[in-house]
Design a protein around this ligand. Structure first.
Ligand code: FES
Ligand SMILES: [Fe+2]
Length: 375
């Protein structure tokens, strides 16, 4: 039901514009379980189509990204489409007789929108414009997302519902308990800043940058492990390439309804995540590591290593979260009629301290609206 009522009717991030900058460049994605392809035409425009041949349905391309030679040729019987989705070639077409109309077999278009260099797609032809959909989140995505590039990808599965991960991203109540490392490193950070309920199901957490406390963190690790630890020997612990010139004075977490999470820490570690439901209790997390065009190779390497070591499924913070979500998934099997509580902060209202749950309530208000309305 969520696929039908939410994912078929919402905008979905599919990639960055720079990944499809040339004519014939394409990106593939799956939206609500349906394969789509986004490609750049001869006229420079990006278009999207269902990734399925109108003959007998084979996917036109299986690659996640690539460049086609100006057309898509189906591997099965050779039907060929141009970059605008028009059927331009049918081998041995005579057998179809004179009533055959190629126009009836053009690829079915989907909506494509670009914002801050990011490409979004939507299956529903009647979906609101991307700008309207982003609403209050737009200026933040513009400010922090513009000029970013995808420099790496990580992907993993976890056994739990997709909403748990998305919810966790908007949750700043848990870090001081689940992430002992974060608590040691950024003492008291969570009591500063705001948790903001944005319109349309989006949410925002923002707090001032605090210098990491390595001594405390090192002592904590030493105590827990009984090992001699010297953090200065591991470059991705600190923000060494950015020391003295932080690109950004605040930390930001932006959650877009339904499954897009963007974070920028110190302006140094920038990531976005798309949480894909595969089944009620199985989710795929697609993590995109972001950098900037003018990054030196040292900065780029630092960003990649930091993301891998902190945010991959085994990462220093992701592993903690995954453990918590696993326990939620399992625990929620008890007492079938139980409720989860997301009531922190004054209600109604839009903004409170980062530990409040305004952004999570924003998500569930939109979730309910989508689930209760039918086309
Ligand atoms: S399925 Fe594509 S040409 Fe037959
Ligand atoms: Fe966390």
């Amino acid at each position: 039901l969520e696929r039908e009522r939410i994912f078929r009717r919402a905008w979905q991030y599919v990639g960055h514009e720079h990944e499809v900058s040339g004519v014939g460049d394409y990106l593939c994605a799956t939206i609500a379980g349906e394969p789509v392809v986004i490609c750049r035409g001869e006229d420079g425009r990006l278009r999207g189509f269902y990734n399925t041949c109108s003959h007998r349905g084979a996917m036109l391309t299986e690659a996640e990204r690539g460049r086609c030679g100006g057309r898509f040729r189906c591997l099965y019987h050779g039907w060929t489409y141009d970059l605008e989705g028009r059927l331009i070639g049918v081998p041995h077409a005579e057998a179809y007789g004179s009533r055959f109309r190629r126009e009836a077999y053009h690829l079915i278009p989907i909506r494509v929108g670009i914002f801050a260099g990011m490409v979004f797609a939507a299956l529903d032809p009647l979906v609101d414009s991307l700008e309207t959909y982003l609403g209050e989140a737009a200026p933040y995505l513009q400010k922090y997302g513009s000029g970013t590039e995808v420099i790496g990808r990580l992907r993993y599965l976890y056994q739990g519902n997709w909403k748990l991960w998305h919810e966790n991203f908007a949750d700043n109540y848990h870090p001081e308990f689940v992430h002992q490392l974060v608590r040691d490193m950024y003492v008291g950070y969570e009591a500063q800043g705001i948790n903001y309920r944005l319109d349309e199901g989006h949410g925002l957490l923002i707090w001032p940058t605090i210098r990491p406390n390595f001594e405390r963190c090192q002592a904590g690790l030493q105590q827990a492990s009984g090992l001699e630890i010297d953090l200065s020997r591991n470059a991705n612990w600190d923000f060494s390439p950015f020391v003295g010139q932080p690109p950004q004075q605040e930390e930001l977490v932006l959650t877009l309804f339904p499954n897009f999470d963007f974070a920028s820490f110190y302006g140094a570690s920038i990531e976005l995540r798309v949480v894909q439901p595969l089944a009620v209790d199985l989710t795929r997390v697609d993590l995109y590591v972001l950098g900037r065009k003018d990054d030196s190779s040292e900065v780029r390497r630092w960003r990649l290593e930091r993301s891998a070591s902190w945010l991959a499924s085994h990462g220093k913070v992701a592993a903690d979260d995954l453990e918590a979500l696993h326990r939620c998934q399992k625990g929620l099997a008890a007492q079938v009629d139980r409720r989860v509580d997301i009531s922190r902060g004054r209600m109604p209202g839009k903004v409170g301290e980062t530990r409040d749950e305004y952004s999570i309530r924003s998500f569930y208000a939109a979730w309910r609206r989508y689930m209760e309305t039918m086309e």
